[in-house]
Design a protein around this ligand. Structure first.
Ligand code: NAP
Length: 463
């Protein structure tokens, strides 16, 4: 196979998809250089700031990212807001190709009254807060009420429910922020009610996560046996379902026959309960739900329809956990319906549906917010392969115009942007781990912009 010419590629977004795309591109030949760019001074995306802190094994994928960062041709450029500090047009001019792996940066709305009331939170805000994301540390979650409601039946909903019920002993060995540990442990919450609009067979959560709900140190798991009496639609779906769904249902059946142990908190999973309104005047005081039943759609999907029966449940806080949503970056074609960049297998498409030369995407901004971390490997590899194919076919612009590695750093320096290099991140990483070691924790995160940038700067100076 002929080698492509020397390539300088920018990968925007240093979460799993960005790292996997980078790895595959760097592995394609010694002539490839990748600048992995992030808005934050820290890499790893949701592995650092989304994965629940009590899931260190999942977070350990960062070791693979560290190895990728050690390869020839790799450079990390943090603290760059693409679309603001540098325009998409400028970036695409400075590199032979750009891969956007910016994830899905906001939450899907419910579109129900009361959604904007104080005390109604996107689960993603809570997740970012307890994980030490520097943009979310000013938030203050009022956890004084006895009941918290989590809307949705995905793994994020399960994470939030579990985090709210962990004890100090369970939280202390993690890298949850100290503020979050104190708030969770000291909260008045006695019940965490997780609402699924469909049934247990249709849950989007995965068995490992469901199982953990039954293994909490001081929280009971409660499921009503009648929710496990499956109708014909669910029976048929379960018969054809993957093993993971069967395992979910087995676990839930086991929970349904458990006697509560009298633990300090309980996590109650309720199914066939669709949110109609979040109630309250000044702040959240309750939630109105519609009871639902399933109807089979033509596409085979079971849909929840209201039975006509409604119910009001008191609660002090609501976490809306109904999925993430991609947001546009000015200058990159966006598919509003899918909330992804308009693309075909990772090649970004222009208004006429033709591939935009040299512009690609990978991960959630390519396919939507689905799958686990590993799903992004296949996804990013597909994109990287197409990029290499385009390079080999001479579709990546002017071969006689080699790109200057200093062009972007110099442009940004001229604009007063303090770019964080990998050595800056390493200084942050080292300090966090040192602080953590003293307390028997993996790390104690720096969670303000000021701390992060000051530490990174000191790291650059000692280089
Ligand atoms: P998700 O898996 O897409 O789940 C969204 C949930 O919200 C579904 O149960 C969905 O129910 C429900 N929902 C959507 N619209 C609703 C509405 N209007 N009213 C009530 N419920 C509604 O999203 P996610 O939990 O944010 O997770 C995102 C991705 O990250 C997933 O692929 C997930 O597996 C992954 N993740 C993995 C882990 C892990 O591996 N430990 C942890 C966190 C996240 P319907 O099915 O009825 O639409």
């Amino acid at each position: 196979m002929p080698e492509p010419r020397s390539l300088r590629i920018a990968v925007v977004g240093s979460g799993p998809a960005g790292f996997y795309a980078t790895a595959h591109l760097l592995a394609s030949g010694s002539h490839v250089e990748v600048d992995l760019i992030d808005r934050l001074p820290t890499p790893w995306g949701l592995v650092r700031l989304g994965v629940a802190p009590d899931h260190p094994k999942i977070k350990a994928v960062s070791r693979a990212f560290e190895k990728i960062a050690g390869r020839d041709g790799f450079r990390f450029l943090g603290n760059i807001d693409v679309g603001k500090d540098v325009s998409v047009a400028e970036l695409e001019e400075l590199y032979d190709a750009v891969v956007y792996s910016v994830g899905a940066q906001t939450d899907r709305g419910l579109g129900i009254p009361g959604e904007e009331l104080p005390g109604s939170w996107a689960a993603t805000e809570f997740v970012a807060w307890y994980n030490g994301h520097p943009d979310y540390q000013h938030l203050s979650f009022d956890l004084s009420g006895e009941r918290a409601v989590v809307i949705g039946n995905g793994n994020v909903a399960v994470d939030v429910a579990r985090m709210l019920a962990l004890t100090r002993d369970e939280l202390s060995p993690t890298d949850t922020t100290d503020a979050a540990i104190d708030a969770i442990v000291g909260s008045g919450i006695r019940e965490i009610l997780v609402l699924g609009r469909r049934g247990p067979v249709q849950g989007a959560f995965t068995p490992t996560e469901v199982q953990e709900l039954g293994e909490m140190a001081d929280a009971d798991i409660i499921v009503a046996p009648e929710d496990l009496e499956l109708d014909a639609i669910s029976e048929a779906e379960l018969a054809d379902a993957p093993g993971t769904t069967k395992r979910n249902v087995d676990l839930l059946r086991e929970f349904a026959v458990r006697e509560p142990s009298g633990a300090s908190r309980s996590i109650r999973l309720r199914f066939f309960a669709s949110p109609v309104a979040i109630l309250g005047t000044e702040h959240v005081e309750g939630i109105e739900i519609a009871h639902t039943e399933l109807v089979a759609e033509d596409d085979g999907r079971a849909r929840a329809v209201p039975t006509g029966e409604r119910e009001t449940i008191d609660c002090g806080i609501v976490f809306r956990s109904v999925g993430y949503r991609g947001v546009p970056v000015v200058g990159v074609p966006f598919d509003e319906a899918r909330a992804t960049f308009r693309n075909e297998l990772g090649r970004v498409l222009d208004d006429s549906g033709e591939p935009k030369p040299g512009v690609y995407c990978a991960g959630w901004i390519k396919r939507g917010p689905t799958g686990v971390i590993g799903t992004n490997k296949k996804d990013a590899t597909e994109t990287a392969d197409l990029l290499i194919e385009d390079a080999l076919a001479g579709r990546l612009g002017d071969e006689t115009n080699p790109k200057d590695p200093q062009a972007l750093p110099e442009l940004l320096a001229g604009r007063g942007i303090d770019v964080v290099a990998y050595s800056g991140w390493e200084a942050i990483d080292t300090l966090e781990r040192e602080r953590g070691e003293a307390e028997g924790r993996p790390r104690v995160k720096l969670s303000t912009w000021d701390e992060l940038l000051t530490t990174a700067r000191a790291g650059h100076e000692t280089q």
